[in-house]
Design a protein around this ligand. Sequence first.
Ligand code: G3H
Ligand code: ZN
Length: 276
Amino acid sequence: TLARLDDVLVQARAAGRGVGAFNVVQLEHAHGLIAAAEETGLPVVLQISENAARYHGSLLGIGTATRVLAEASPATCVVHLDHATDTELVRQAVDLGFTSVMFDGSTLPDEQNRDVTAEVVARCHEAGVSVEAELGEVGGKDGVHAPGVRTDPDDAAAFVDDTGVDALAVAVGSSHAMTERSARLDHTLISRLRDAVPVPLVLHGSSGVPDAEIVRGLRAGLTKVNIATHLNAVFTGDVRRVLGADERLVDTRKYLGPARDALRDETARLLRLLAS
Ligand code: G3H
Ligand code: ZN
C-alpha cells in the first residue's frame, strides 16, 4: 500500500517509534525491502536517489517498478525520491506516483535553499506529495567526510516555518557512505532540534552509526533513519560469498537471489530495532 511520508512519520513519532528508510538501487533492493516490511508488519520508506536514477539513465524504469511493487504489497510503503537537486526530477517523481520527495538544497546558500525548497513544497503539496529538505550539509556523498557540521535549532525552526516542509534532515554527527559503524551523534543537539522544530527529524548517513547510537538518537528525537551503504555492504558481501564458492556459476539469479534475501533479513532486523 502506498502511504505519504508525513502520515507515516507523524504516526511513528506519536507512538515513540522510528521509521527505516532504505535505498533502492537495483530491483532486488525493492523486492528485499518490501519483503522485510511484510515480514515485520512495519512501514518502510523505499527511496530512490537522484544518483540511482542517473545510473539507470532515468527514474522511469526503477521508479515505476518500485511504485507498482509498493502499491501491490500489503505493507505500508512510502516511495520517496532521495537527494534530488534537480527540480525537473522532482516533477517527474510526482508524475510517476511517488508519495514523497527529498529536495536537497543543502549545498546552496541557506536563503537559496529556503526559496527553492518553498517552491518545491508548494508544487508537491498541491499534488499530495510530502517533502523532506535538508539544512546543514550531511557530508560524505563526495567521499569527503564532514561529521563536524551541525544544524542550528533556531535556523532549523525558521527554515521549516518559511518552507512548510514535512520532515527535516539535520546534521548531528553522521556522514554519508561510511563503511565502518563508528560515528557518534550529538544527542543534546538532537533534543534541542526536536524541541525547536515541529516536523519529524531525519538522520542521513546512518550506515556509519552503531545500532545502540541510533536507538539513543531516536530517544533524543530522531524519527526517519536513512540507511543505504550498510545494506549494500550486506548485499555485496553475499554476492562475493556465493561467487567465491563457485567459479563456474553464471546464472545471475544464483547470486542476486541470495543477496536479495540477505538484504531482506538485515532490513527486517533494522526495522524491528528502529521500531523498538
Ligand atoms: O539518503 C540516504 C542516506 O542518507 C544513506 O546514507 O549510505 O551513509 O547509509 P548511508
Ligand atoms: Zn542521505
